[in-house]
Design a protein around this ligand. Structure first.
Ligand code: CA
Length: 254
């Protein structure tokens, strides 16, 4: 899958997406979606209820995809995308809450979301929860999102270190989710997307099983986006596969 990176840019983005149930869970409550032609990737990790998690994740991804498709203009600019993503995330929140109000079995559902939209030499990212966006740029690997989680807050406060975070009983407890409250506050940021950059969207089923340096090595490996996505999922499964594992790999052409 390839997409133009935006008007005026010669570069293209090649995508691959994978979502795997893992080795322990019986249901996959993650949802991924890529629009390779127009250049965006969406990933949601649902939570709560009996069948609620997958419903919430699907509603979030479908709502975002609809809003982005309606708002899409060839050559659109990052500031327009920021506004569109803010409105779309709130719309997803509203959709999930309406569905939850109609069905008691779905009452406690919610979801994370990470949405990345490439335009020209930038990528605009909106996120809620602990699904992440990473970038490999000029040999440097960095996390571009900050988890909305109890463990992240404890790390920021200096109460625990990285190793304690990996084994924390609070792992997976979010401080923000889509569908949880009447108003949701996504974090929306713009980042450079240069020729040769590699991006990764992922759920915590990947990051709970692999350290950042392990993820960086797999993302930097030669091969197609599909092969890289498969190697990330395989490694998380070898590490235990305790949760659903979802990844979107996006390679900006050189
Ligand atoms: Ca998860």
């Amino acid at each position: 899958m390839t997409a133009p990176a935006g008007s005026g840019a010669a570069s293209t983005v090649a995508f691959a997406a994978r979502s795997d149930v893992g080795r322990v869970r019986t249901r996959n409550e993650d949802v991924v979606d890529v629009d390779a032609r127009r250049g965006w990737a969406l990933l949601a990790d649902g939570m709560g209820g009996h069948h609620g998690g997958d419903v919430a994740a699907r509603l979030a991804v479908d709502t975002l995809a609809d809003r982005l498709a309606s708002g899409y203009r060839p050559g659109w600019r990052a500031d327009a995308i920021v506004a569109l993503l803010a409105e779309a995330v709130q719309a997803a929140n509203d959709e999930i809450r309406r569905a939850a109000a109609r069905d008691a079995a779905l009452a406690s559902m919610g979801t994370t979301l990470v949405a990345a939209v490439w335009a020209g030499a930038q990528v605009v990212c909106a996120h809620v929860g602990d699904s992440r966006l990473y970038r490999q740029h000029a040999g440097r690997f960095a996390r571009l999102t900050r988890d909305h989680s109890v463990v992240q807050d404890q790390l920021d406060a200096g109460l625990i270190d990285d190793e304690q975070a990996r084994h924390s009983p609070f792992r997976g407890m979010l401080t923000r989710g889509i569908g949880v409250d009447v108003v949701v506050t996504p974090e929306i940021a713009r980042h450079d997307a240069r020729p040769g950059d590699r991006f990764l969207l992922c759920s915590d089923g990947l990051t709970d099983m692999l350290r950042d340096d392990e993820i960086a090595a797999l993302l930097a490996a030669p091969g197609s986006p599909d092969a890289i996505a498969a190697s990330l999922v395989d490694a998380a499964n070898r590490g235990g596969g305790r949760d659903n594992i979802s990844v979107v790999v996006a390679l900006v052409a050189i």
